[in-house]
Design a binder for this molecule. Sequence first.
Ligand code: RIB
Length: 287
Amino acid sequence: MKILNIGSINIDYVYEVDNFVKSGETIPSNNFKVFLGGKGLNQSVALAQAGSQVFHAGNINIKDDNIKKELTKWNVNIDYIKEESESTGHAIIQVNKEGENSIIIHGGANRTFESNQIDMILKNFNQGDILLLQNEINKIPEIIEKAKNIGMKIFLNPAPMTKEVLNYPIDLVDCLIVNESEAKKLTEEDLDSDEIINLLKNKYSNISILLTLGEKGSIYSYNTKYLKCEAMKVKAVDTTAAGDTFIGYFISYLSRDKEIKDCLSIASKAASICVTKKGGAISIPKI
Ligand code: RIB
């Protein structure tokens, strides 16, 4: 069983600020750093740090091939990374004193996937292999449909949530992974976590739902199965990539047939450590 992540690769420009900039305001930053990130890349790094072999498929600018070297150092397979003329995707991230973030992304090369590229990648994978997707690349519905035809097990983390997601063929995925705000946008309801789970289960029957709740923990539900996991209490300095860390660890352990409660617990531990460090991929621990 192989794990494929078709996902974004970003260069993160991170500004530490006292408070997020407001409309019409100009504010100074207290510190500035450049990190590697992107929800796709971060989740591949988390899978690798958790001990899985992961194939990352993504697009970058030809001048940024150092990214491939970095991914190789993290033990992420780069066979399906394409170099092209479009600029590499980037993110502008503000991190405030509480360690919370506010992010703008520019898709760039992340949004240049073409049908023949998707076919070339997917032909190397088989029934039972895992496919992980986020929502920072183009052609998600096509990828889901093609992977489903192969019989791959599809994990979808529709982040960032956009209105297009409402038309994605979510009923074809095996596991939907959302945080509270994504779940509210997807259900178009402002409900508590248990009500959200029930609504999602009614809307997309027969798929498992993983709801991440940040410092309040996480909930997994499938059919009659319902498991809740508390988060570890830590002092957060930067929450960037915490959700990505959780997802990578959860899928890595699940793919090795670990009990769901253990998958949730290790994912929660890894995400808690991640928030104590600054940066995107670089803050993902190996535990
Ligand atoms: O989930 C965190 C990531 O979101 C950052 O690394 C940034 O690139 C954005 O994609």
